[in-house]
Write a new protein. Structure first.
Length: 318
């Protein structure tokens, strides 16, 4: 593994229970470097399940503690009940109280402002979508309007996926509802323009939570009923937004040591697939192997094709 630069940032995608993959990889990173994650990263950004990990890092949790948090989440939160049985006749699948209680147990009563005063100091970016204002909010410990927010509230606001959990305060839903299910660009922007880090002295580690296999066969969509379009269309939006964020970082911050890692899943795993935690832990081992061996994902590129008025080569000297 290449050494990290002076400043190190972490960005973690959304994905529900698949956050197990990232916490497992981070636990192995802790073992490799011999120090906890809050002594590795000085900036953490997260959306949805990534906000749990981001807040955990800033709150001083070890990666092993965060892994145990996910085990608790799986055992207590994603339990089948009449809500899941009769969904969509119920407004959401799971009550929010078990999630809130688990977060409270591990993160405690810290406010966002408290995170700015802890040692070591770690900046944090948590995304949530405000349905009332119709925009994404970036919850940070140094922003005046969010200092008094409990960290647990910020994480809940980022994590409540519509139809899975009730919304927070009648307005806040999962940060991935906007364009930031992958927050790597937010982390790069925060590092360069808010913390004034030199990109030549900065490493950004960006983790995905597993890519589902693409199983749609040619012609299969010809027979779709209207409701069957929901999953593939949402998947297309999320995949395109993910590629866009990675492309932006790779092309707008060329001096940044940007390392994007993800793993391919052998079968789809739902965000509430708690029964798959052992499999997710093994995917975490694979993710760590990619980190350890610097097997980064390719950065999507946009290449201009030849066309009217486009110069394919500079003019020759007179």
């Amino acid at each position: 593994m290449k050494p990290f630069r002076k400043n190190v940032a972490l960005a973690v995608d959304g994905g529900g229970i698949k956050g197990v993959i990232v916490t497992r990889a981070l636990a192995l990173l802790e073992q490799e470097l011999g120090r906890p994650v809050n002594h590795i990263f000085q900036l953490s950004a997260g959306t949805s399940t990534g906000s749990i990990i981001s807040a955990g890092v800033a709150s001083g949790l070890t990666a092993s503690q965060m892994y145990q948090l996910y085990v608790d989440l799986g055992n207590t939160i994603f339990q089948k009940s009449w809500r899941t049985t009769f969904f969509p006749l119920s407004r959401y699948r799971y009550p929010i109280e078990p999630l809130r209680d688990a977060l409270q147990k591990y993160i405690g009563d810290h406010t966002m402002g408290d995170l700015w005063d802890l040692a070591p100091q770690i900046d944090t970016v948590i995304t949530t979508f405000d349905l009332v204002a119709n925009h994404t909010c970036f919850v940070k410990p140094w922003k005046e309007e969010y200092k008094a927010w409990p960290v647990v509230k910020a994480v809940l606001a980022s994590s409540v996926v519509p139809t899975y959990f009730p919304i927070v305060d009648g307005r806040y839903v999962d940060g991935g509802v906007g364009a930031y299910a992958n927050p790597c660009y937010l982390a790069a922007y925060e590092a360069m323009y808010c913390l004034n880090w030199d990109p030549a002295e900065t490493t950004l580690i960006s983790f995905g939570t597993g890519r589902d296999p693409h199983t749609l066969a040619p012609g299969q969509a010809d027979s779709y009923y209207p409701w069957q379009w929901i999953a593939p269309v949402l998947g297309a939006f999320l995949h395109s937004a993910d590629d866009q964020q990675v492309h932006l970082v790779g092309n707008l911050f060329p001096q940044l040591d940007f390392r994007r890692f993800n793993v391919d899943l052998l079968e789809p795993i739902g965000m509430d697939g708690a029964e798959k935690i052992p499999d997710l832990a093994r995917y975490g081992d694979r993710l760590w192997e990619k980190v350890k061996n610097d097997l980064t994902d390719a950065i999507p590129s946009v290449k201009a094709a030849g066309g009217p008025g486009r110069k394919t080569s500079p003019p020759s000297a007179a």
